[in-house]
Design a protein. Structure first.
Ligand code: PRT
Ligand code: MG
Length: 218
């Protein structure tokens, strides 16, 4: 890929999202000597320098992380498995489960669902995952794509099921919904651009190895 911006083998760009993944990834990164010199919650910078020479952080939307890594704008990225499963591409390596930001992707709904036209209607941000899930079960389901507040859909008759991330279950309970099935367990993964794994092998493999060691140590 003709990527002059980020082609220096001594410079490594790591894509992360703000919010809970950033908060939980930071202690891991700090333990391997990568600490941002600016606080991303206070700074408006989208590229953050770190205490590690040549390592910079790209702060982007969670759903954009696999895109930046696949196209090589970032060499490495940290993204939720939910985001990776929903992403249309898959042209990157996924060498490590960081075991952070853990939750599950689940099917939920009102305890007594009333099927609209006798057919399951599922509202979700995870339309690809939901379609694949119901296809695997052999269940006819109409999947409605939403971009947020999935819990609202069953309350106003838009859908009788939602597919959403669940951690404590408090959000579901607060909206009178119950969890029916777990689709899969979720955690954040380290992903790596395929070309960078070769052209920046020394630096990239050192970061993977260091992270693997701190994840194992808990
Ligand atoms: O908003 P934007 O699209 O930029 O990104 P984001 O805000 O979704 O990113 P961020 O940093 O919040 O990270 C989201 C990622 O964290 C997800 O992709 C998951 O991989 C992971 N994660 C882990 C979670 C949760 N746990 C989680 N509980 N993401 C969201 N939630 C939400 C869930 O959607 C629901 O609304 O929390 C609510 C459920 O939590 P409980 O505890 O009430 O069950
Ligand atoms: Mg959010």
């Amino acid at each position: 890929m003709g990527n002059t911006f980020n082609s220096n083998p001594d410079e490594v760009m790591l894509a992360v999202s703000k919010g809970r993944i950033f908060e939980q990834a930071m202690p891991l990164l700090e333990r391997i000597g990568i600490t941002p010199t600016d606080d991303p919650d206070k700074s408006r910078k989208l590229v953050l320098d770190t205490t590690a020479p040549g390592v910079r952080l790209l702060v982007i939307r969670a759903t954009d992380v696999p895109t930046y890594v696949e196209y090589g704008a970032a060499d490495l990225g940290i993204a939720g498995k939910d985001v990776l499963m929903e992403y249309e591409g898959s042209d990157y390596y996924e060498p490590l489960d960081l075991k952070i930001a853990q939750c599950r992707l689940a099917v939920a709904g009102p305890p007594q669902a009333v099927l609209v036209d006798g057919r399951t209607r599922v509202a979700t941000k995870y339309s690809k995952v939901a379609r694949e899930y119901y296809a695997r079960l052999g269940v006819q389901a109409e999947v409605i794509k939403l971009y947020g507040s999935m819990e609202l859909a069953p309350l106003v008759g838009l859908a009788d099921r939602i597919v959403d991330l669940v951690d404590t279950g408090n959000t579901l309970r607060a909206n009178g919904l119950v969890e029916f099935e777990t689709i899969c367990e979720i955690s954040s993964r380290l992903i790596v651009n395929k070309a960078a794994m070769k052209t920046k092998h020394k630096r990239v493999s050192a970061i993977i190895a260091a992270l693997r060691a701190v994840v194992k140590d808990g």
